[in-house]
Write a protein that binds this ligand. Structure first.
Ligand SMILES: O=C(O)CCCC[C@@H]1SC[C@@H]2NC(=O)N[C@@H]21
Length: 198
């Protein structure tokens, strides 16, 4: 990754939402953070159980990385901390209506907090403007989610990392690829729609 890419700060999609509509930037940001958190909670309910595994296929990776890219790093981080915090406190909006902290897929949710932040950091450097760079961001985000998810899964179930890979990653890669392709179409199209690339 070049230094120019790391240094060049650009608007993210959320910056284009006019603050005056919300009577100020603070209220706008709070609304975006709560909205993104709820969006991830809804996407978690798009959930398909996988026989022989405690890990369902869900819409979360798509929603998390989309929200992080659209919001930027700090709002993406805040949205995911809110998601994790409310879910841990009892809001049944983790996958399959789960809440609390005693479930084996919690590590993926921790990974999602980091992944949304990283996606927001990269989007601030313009990576959501082109399909290829969007794919790079999504791949990195997925890698972060799996690193945390599989490590926690292996620890929680007392299995090896290669067993965790078998039940917690291998069967999900195709679905994750479909979500990446969706994001590759959506984010650059959103920028085209608003007519701003600067
Ligand atoms: O319990 C949760 O809320 C987290 C579920 C995590 C599901 C993981 S995320 C990566 C992989 N892709 C999917 O579609 N499902 C798993």
């Amino acid at each position: 990754m070049s230094t120019a890419l790391l240094d060049a700060r650009r608007p993210v999609l959320a910056d284009l939402v006019p603050a005056r509509v919300f009577r100020g930037a603070a209220v706008r940001d709070a609304a975006l953070i709560v909205g993104a958190s709820a969006f991830v909670g809804l996407a978690a309910q798009i959930s398909v159980p996988v026989p022989g595994s405690p890990v369902p296929v869900t819409g979360q990776t798509f929603a998390v990385l989309l929200a992080g890219s659209a919001l930027g790093a700090w709002r993406g981080l805040a949205a995911m901390v809110l998601y994790l915090g409310l879910g841990a406190a009892g809001m049944p909006w983790f996958a399959e209506g789960t809440s609390g902290t005693g479930f084996p897929t919690l590590g993926y949710v921790f990974g999602m907090v980091l992944a949304a932040t990283a996606a927001g950091f990269l989007a601030r450097r313009g990576t959501d403007r082109s399909p290829l760079r969007t794919a790079g961001t999504m791949l990195l985000g997925n890698a972060v989610i799996y690193a945390a998810g599989l490590t926690y899964l292996a620890h929680d179930l007392g299995i090896s990392m290669s067993q965790a890979y078998e039940i917690g990653m291998r069967n999900y890669l195709f679905g994750d690829a479909v979500k990446i392709v969706l994001a590759m179409a959506l984010l650059p199209s959103a920028w085209k729609l608003v007519g701003r690339r600067g």
